[in-house]
Design a protein around this ligand. Sequence first.
Ligand code: FAD
Length: 617
Amino acid sequence: MEWLSKDFGLCYKPPKRGVFDVLIVGSGYGGAVAASRMARARRKKNGADEAGPEPLYSEIAVLERGREFVPGEFPNDIANLPGQVRLQRWDVEGMTGNPNGLFDIHYGFGLATLVGNALGGTSQINANVAMRADPKIFTTSRWPAALRDMPDPLDVYYERVARALDARPVSDRREPPPKLRALARLARELGANTNEPCDDFGAIPARDGEPLFVRPPLAVTPAAAENADSAGRNPQVPVATVRLPEPRGAETRNNVGVLQSECLNCGDCVTGCNHAAKNTLTMNYLPDAYRQGATIYTGATVVGVFPARHRRRPRDTAKWEVVVLRSGQSLPYGLDDAEMRKWLNGRENGARRSIPLRTERVILAAGTLGSTEILLRSRQLYGLPVSSRLGHAFSANGDDLWFGFNQDSPVHAIGWGAYKRAEKYSEGGAKEERGEKHEEKPKPGPTITALIDMRPMFPPCDERAIVVEDGIIPGALRDLLHEILTTGALLHRLGDCRSASAKDDPAAIHDRELEHTQVYLSMGHDTASGRIRLQNHRAYIDWPEFKNDPVHASHERVRRVAAKLGGVVLQNPSEEETLVWQHPDNDPGSAPEALLAQARAVGRRLIESAPLPADAS
Ligand SMILES: Cc1cc2nc3c(=O)[nH]c(=O)nc-3n(C[C@H](O)[C@H](O)[C@H](O)COP(=O)(O)OP(=O)(O)OC[C@H]3O[C@@H](n4cnc5c(N)ncnc54)[C@H](O)[C@@H]3O)c2cc1C
């Protein structure tokens, strides 16, 4: 087996001339796409427009804080999931959990966020949906004028990305999973026409005043029969330069020659795909970057970046210094800036604690939280000139997670977890063990299969313009959520407690109730009034008023309609003082603005001379 990455602490080797051409921080969508593009860039032939065979950049490295996971290693049980959590609270000193864990949870002041900490970033734990942004967004004043005036500025890139991620909707020809049909019921209650066909990008012609019901493109490997339909879009490359463990089931080589299995519809996308079916970045862009010569380091935490101060050699072309810690070490608490610099420059076990890397270009792609943290810390520790708006206008993407517990019709939104087949862990499992006949449960399907889109009904960025998607309870969290939801529902059903029959006991855990439970994921436009601040040299989110953001009233209106589907509508169970979030985001306008502001602050040409933010959010 060949790994894509090397451990930074054990294997770091300086580049040949002491200076990197490009250093990319983070390996999520921003970092992986940048790595592949930079590694593929070719020097122009003398005087000609045409690119020659010579690489433009020969020393490219990706610095990723998390570790590399391969299919089969992801947590699938409540016994192995907590060991994959790294947790930081704004009000508690010190990180708890596993610093190399897959799930990076930050409890801020007012809300909490969840992102991925691994090679491939949050692609390892997201829900696969690859949709285009509403083009109307780019016409709003949140965006710089140069972008506003451009017709469809992202069109060409959407097409490239959709090809690379091989994103397509859950097929119309296959029997839709029950949770998709259950979501269609809610869509009809909200006034959508659910019979409209959509194109490859999930687009349906919008009708005034009506929500759309859409099957969005998903970045998962579909069943072989569907693959054949789109053979033209998915050329099979017969050479695998990156070998991953042999996946089970039907295998195909993807666009970059990596072997992938077809999706089993097990529903566990958000705890990491153990079946090599999810088109994460370790399946496409990162193997491509690796094959084109980029070096990928894992276990490398970037502390800060600043303009290179002195030339070490006559031909030293470095413009930036990037300070890197091995991921096993973490920054101490309670030090002032001078003490922190001294600690970083100090020695441990005979070696320097932090390693300074010299480079001509830096691309910061450590995610909304990670990149902002690096820039804020760089300003504080090393005086990096950055925009005074940095950290402002943080948006939670209007996210909400809620449940329709025990709806009238079956939903089967439960991942398989450690079990191979759904029926093993339910009443069917007991029957199977007794050798009795039982009905096979429907497969849950990928985490998200469809969405109700209310954006065509409202002006861009309106808080009512939300989307509502079907979700899934990952198998590893099944038992925990079953108990939490049953207890939550009990508070709504206290009047039913007089029943003498155990079958109807509202406090008892029933498989049927969970099988009839829909998971709803809603997204929209919040006011982006959060702020990322630095405390103890670490970033935290400060948004005490988040719970009162107007977008929550829009989610509440949909919840009231969902009550018509029967059962009990329950809000996010983690909503005690904070919410666990899926899409930490900068305000749509702030990323390019921050980029331009930084370019101005540093005062030279953009890519050449400013750390370039390339976060996907
Ligand atoms: C549960 C869940 C479901 C989601 N579902 C969807 C979906 O269906 N569709 C969709 O479009 N979006 C979805 N998202 C959001 C989407 O995955 C993110 O917007 C996207 O991954 C952001 O990409 P990025 O490159 O900006 O950051 P990330 O993918 O988060 O990558 C940042 C990387 O930088 C690394 N890093 C951070 N700090 C440092 C440092 N100091 N040094 C070195 N490395 C560092 C991190 O470990 C990480 O690997 C979901 C998110 C979650 C959590």
